[in-house]
Design a protein around this ligand. Structure first.
Ligand SMILES: CC(C)(COP(=O)(O)OP(=O)(O)OC[C@H]1O[C@@H](n2cnc3c(N)ncnc32)[C@H](O)[C@@H]1OP(=O)(O)O)[C@@H](O)C(=O)NCCC(=O)NCCS
Length: 370
């Protein structure tokens, strides 16, 4: 038995949710470019869960269900209020989503219908958790979700306590679409491994949140924003990146395990970054990003991934840097739950083998002879 480091190129299971074929990303067979151009996030969530786009009445009913499920238990708000200061935002999200299970009477219910209802609640409530935490830590009271708002609008509304602009809602909605699913990425795989033991859906998404937190996965968008902040201006890009490359450091937001010719989602975020930074009168953020891209692609042949330009998009939307990865989770909750429901449908325990490289034929040595 030989192992493939990082399971590169290993096909771990069959799935009908999402594909990446020849660098083209599709959700249920529809190119993500078409979805980013034409769909709403709610349509995409419906598509991921049901396998087909909703008809008008189906979408209306679905939006209502999501809107009506967005409220989180008051007990959880009080818990978040009492969380220690200065902790990692993804640790807060991981703990809060795990706590949701404690208040869900259906938490242990394993029927298909119950898991679907829990997927609705998880997707609707994750933005409410993130917005509540973002306000509570600033000494502000949480803002209750509005039933009639889309998920994107509701999140921005709950975060700032005021009506977001149509431009902000549209940009955020598109970002949610682009992050919704991505085949067997690390967090989705973690979720599938977890639920393949036939544990509950909450355990699956908590595994996924913990996995997304890492800087090699969802944590990269926060790392990109921190890097942009550190660089500070276009003229500092060359010396900063030069030094990082010379020190063999990884430049966050570049490279991808699957896409070697570029991430199809990056072009959307690059365009959004250009437009939003111009509108905000902060074009330097975009210009810095372009300069970094020129240098990293030119010298290393590495292309930006989804996280690179999403950083300047979120900065332009006025979002706190440490909320970027929780925002990724808000979107990816739809993909995680789609995969979890698919896993339950045709389950087998996921239990690979290890290529053992340690010592053999060892014996117990009594304490006084070691
Ligand atoms: C995404 C990522 C984890 C993929 O990892 P992977 O498939 O295991 O690729 P590797 O880390 O083995 O990289 C292959 C080579 O490219 C280099 N490389 C990959 N990404 C790099 C980056 N962002 N900056 C600099 N060099 C990079 C590696 O150092 C390695 O070089 P080597 O062969 O000389 O050792 C990796 O590209 C990375 O760490 N990117 C930065 C984090 C990030 O943006 N994550 C979000 C992904 S959506």
């Amino acid at each position: 038995m030989t192992a493939t480091k990082g399971l590169e190129g290993v096909v771990a299971a069959q799935s009908a949710v999402c594909s990446i074929i020849d660098g083209v990303l599709c959700y249920r067979g529809i190119n993500v470019d078409e979805l980013a151009e034409n769909a709403t996030f709610e349509e995409v969530v419906y598509l991921l869960w049901h396998g087909a786009l909703p008809k008008r009445d189906q979408l209306e009913a679905f939006q209502k269900e999501l809107g009506a499920s967005a409220q989180i238990p008051q007990e959880l708000i009080e818990s978040i209020r009492n969380f220690p200061e200065g902790v990692h935002s993804m640790a807060v999200l991981r703990t809060a989503v795990s706590s949701l299970a404690l208040y869900d009477k259906e938490a242990q219910e394993m029927s298909k219908e119950a898991n679907y209802r829990k997927s609705i609640r998880l997707t609707a409530q994750t933005p409410t958790i993130v917005a509540a935490y973002a306000r509570l830590r600033k000494g502000l009271e949480p803002v209750a979700p509005r039933v009639e708002y889309s998920l994107a609008k509701n999140f921005l509304y709950m975060l700032n306590g005021e009506e977001p602009s149509d431009t902000a809602v549209k940009a955020f909605d598109t970002a949610l679409i682009l992050h919704a699913d991505h085949e067997f990425n690390a967090s989705t795989f973690a979720a599938r491994v977890t639920v393949a033991t036939l544990t509950d859906i909450y355990s699956g998404v908590v595994s996924a949140i913990g996995t997304l937190k890492g800087p090699l996965h969802g944590g990269a968008n926060e790392a990109v924003a921190t890097m942009l902040k550190k660089i500070g201006s276009v003229k500092e890009v060359v010396p900063f990146i030069r030094q990082a490359l010379d020190n063999k450091e990884k430049i966050m937001g570049f490279g991808h395990r699957v896409y070697k010719d570029g991430d199809p989602r990056a072009k959307w975020l690059r365009q959004m970054s250009k437009e939003l930074t111009e509108q905000q009168g902060k074009p330097e953020l975009y210009e810095m990003s372009v300069k970094i891209e020129e240098m990293v692609t030119g010298e290393k042949g590495l292309k930006p991934n989804v996280d690179f330009y999403s950083a300047s998009v979120y900065v332009s939307l006025g979002l706190d840097i440490d909320l970027f990865t929780p925002i990724f989770a808000i979107s990816r909750m739809s993909g995680w739950t789609a995969h979890i429901m698919e896993q339950y449908e045709n389950n087998r325990l996921i239990r690979p083998r290890a290529d053992y490289i340690g010592p053999v034929n060892q014996h117990f040595i009594p304490m006084d002879q070691r």
